[in-house]
Design a protein around this ligand. Structure first.
Ligand code: AP5
Length: 227
């Protein structure tokens, strides 16, 4: 299974990705997490990446495409992958297409902007794994620590309100056009286009999860049946 999770900052892509990759035995390719790991090396590139991320701007298409292309060549992607945070621009979507990256599904998780503001200001993350929690809506079992490792959770710098507003504007301008891109491709050429589904992400985590899984389970079952 190869899929894209599309959605604004804070729509719940990372949260839902955790369930999907576990259920289908595929790898999660979360470009935001990959970039945050590169920041550990202190060099000119990491300084430029950090500046863009902290300001809520996108990192260059050139760099992002190179990172994802290299990642997709690794052997663990053969069994399938979930792209979380990529593509984010038309140029990135076109790069996947030009490089013949086959995709089965694009799942858009849609949430209104006021809800996003509440979610991101209350979010806490486990930096090592990228696991994501919310102080009220999705708290860890023990306050302040990751459920799996027991390590401390942190608040992301770009989750401050002003930066969240900028990230939402960038999403509207640069990433929303992908909705039309994939919907039109599916209408124009349903045989080779990924199947497109829009999910209402403004419901409890488990409800969103169950809807995504029921779509993927039914499509997977019919694909298995066809052999
Ligand atoms: P990235 O890390 O990808 O951030 P993002 O897309 O802005 O997504 P988030 O991680 O903020 O949100 P999410 O949808 O995963 O939500 P989550 O599940 O955590 O990118 C960061 C930066 O890196 C970008 O700004 C850019 O600079 C750069 N970058 C990355 N990829 C790039 C690319 N391809 N091109 C260029 N630049 C790139 O949930 C959010 C919160 O809500 C959590 O607290 C969660 O617990 C809670 N929550 C989740 N679901 C629900 C629910 N149903 N109900 C209530 N609460 C919920």
């Amino acid at each position: 299974m190869r899929l894209i999770l599309l959605g604004s900052p804070g729509a719940g892509k990372g949260t839902q990705a955790q369930y999907i990759v576990k259920r289908y035995g595929i790898v999660q390719i979360a470009t935001g997490d990959m970039l945050r790991h590169t920041l550990e090396a202190k060099n000119d590139l990491s300084v430029a990446v950090k500046r863009a991320m902290d300001a809520g701007e996108l990192v260059s298409d050139e760099l992002m495409i190179a990172i994802v292309k290299a990642r997709l060549l690794q052997s663990d992607c053969k069994a399938g992958f979930l792209l979380d945070g990529f593509p984010r621009t038309l140029a990135q979507a076109e790069a996947l297409h030009q490089n013949d990256v086959q995709l089965d599904y694009v799942i858009e998780v849609k949430v209104d902007e006021q809800t996003i503001l509440e979610r991101l200001t209350g979010r806490r993350v486990h930096p090592g794994s990228g696991r994501s929690y919310h102080l009220i809506y999705h708290p860890p079992k023990n306050p302040g620590v990751d459920d799996v490792t027991g390590e401390p959770l942190i608040q992301r710098k770009d989750d401050e309100e002003q930066t969240v507003r900028r990230r939402l504007a960038v999403y509207r301008e640069q990433t929303m056009p992908l909705v039309g891109y994939y919907q039109q491709w599916a209408l124009r050429s349903p045989e080779d286009a990924p199947r497109y589904y829009q999910i209402n992400g403004d419901r409890p985590v488990e409800v969103v999860r169950d809807e995504i899984i029921s779509i993927l389970d039914s499509k997977k079952a019919s694909a298995d049946h066809l052999g």
